[in-house]
Write a new protein. Structure first.
Length: 323
């Protein structure tokens, strides 16, 4: 843009508007007038320097605090689980889930799958195709999946349809109302909610949509991620995790939630997802995730933000006293 102001626009500004030839310069001397600008507002970022590069040209009032995380006990929706997690266990109402997490499959902890509000925002148009992709991956690997439905009713309806029509399904497979167990006990579908900070550390891989909260929780848990972004900053986090070696190349939407459930679409999606899972379970990626987590858990993002805010308030108060 600057060359524009150095040619015809500069003369027009000076001759017709009687202002400086270039923006942010004195009309007489031509020198920069940065000293006239007010101080940049305080800007706090809730992410880690170990994850996001901080360029030197950012304003001096910009601070990187570290991820902002609530205490785990604040995040449980179930009061009984909140009390029993001191022993690293869920309450009796969630015994099925506890058992599923503890029973390893081929020496591999469950793989988490959760897309948060992606469904309610219209991106999960064919829940049955999504479930068929997961089924195909289970048939092609020794893994098992923990799927959080995140309250998306069409997905829960599809799960219940499969449960109701499967000859091998028995109501005794799921003793509680907030879950279904499908595909020979290898897909645990959970309708409730649990803190990611508690859940992710019990999983081998986290498959998610690339939301900042999900990404931060997986980073702190020290587990590899597989990210399928849908919108906004999700693409940034997906690319960033891939760049840092903490996740495979981001999945295309149709490789996780295809719009059609024909055999070709399911096969292509399941092959792409299996490739990503193999990459995420590699020793190199698991080691990178673990080392990154060791750095991040040393940070106190909330404490750092409070410290900066307190210093800013004190500085402002002192300035008002002096004037």
């Amino acid at each position: 843009m600057w060359p524009l102001f150095g040619e015809d626009w500069a003369s027009w500004r000076s001759d017709y508007l009687n202002i400086s030839r270039l923006p942010s310069t004195d009309p007489i001397t031509g020198l920069p007038t940065w000293y006239q600008r007010s101080k940049s507002p305080l800007l706090l970022y809730g992410f880690s320097k170990a994850v996001v590069e901080c360029p030197g040209y950012w304003p001096s009032n910009t601070h990187i605090c570290g991820f902002w995380c609530l205490p785990m006990e604040w995040q449980f929706s179930c009061d009984e689980c909140k009390m029993s997690t001191n022993n690293n266990r869920l309450c009796g109402d969630h015994y099925d889930l506890q058992l599923f997490l503890e029973l390893d499959s081929d020496h591999c902890s469950p793989i988490f799958v959760g897309l948060s509000s992606v469904g309610s925002m219209g991106f999960l148009r064919n829940p049955m195709a999504f479930l068929m992709v997961l089924k195909a991956v289970l048939e092609g690997t020794g893994c098992k999946f923990l799927l959080l439905t995140c309250g998306y009713e069409p997905l829960e309806s599809a799960i219940q349809h499969i449960a109701g029509t499967s000859p091998s399904y028995s109501q005794s497979q799921s003793n509680f109302k907030d879950c279904e167990i499908l595909f020979n006990g290898r897909l645990f579908c959970f309708y409730g909610s649990l803190p990611y900070s508690w859940l992710f550390q019990r999983c081998s891989v986290v498959i998610h949509h690339g939301g900042s909260g999900s990404t931060a929780a997986a980073l702190r848990a020290g587990v590899p991620q597989i990210i399928c972004p849908f919108m906004f900053d999700q693409f940034y986090w997906a690319e960033r995790m891939f760049w840092l070696g903490l996740a495979p190349e981001p999945l295309q939407k149709h490789h996780l939630v295809p719009e059609d459930n024909d055999a070709t679409s399911i096969e292509q999606a399941s092959q792409a997802l299996m490739k990503s899972i193999r990459s995420a379970l590699s020793s190199d990626m698991k080691s990178r995730a673990y080392e990154t987590a060791k750095t991040i858990i040393q940070e106190d993002g909330v404490g750092e933000a409070l410290k900066i805010l307190e210093e800013d308030v004190i500085s402002l108060a002192m300035s008002e006293i002096e004037t």
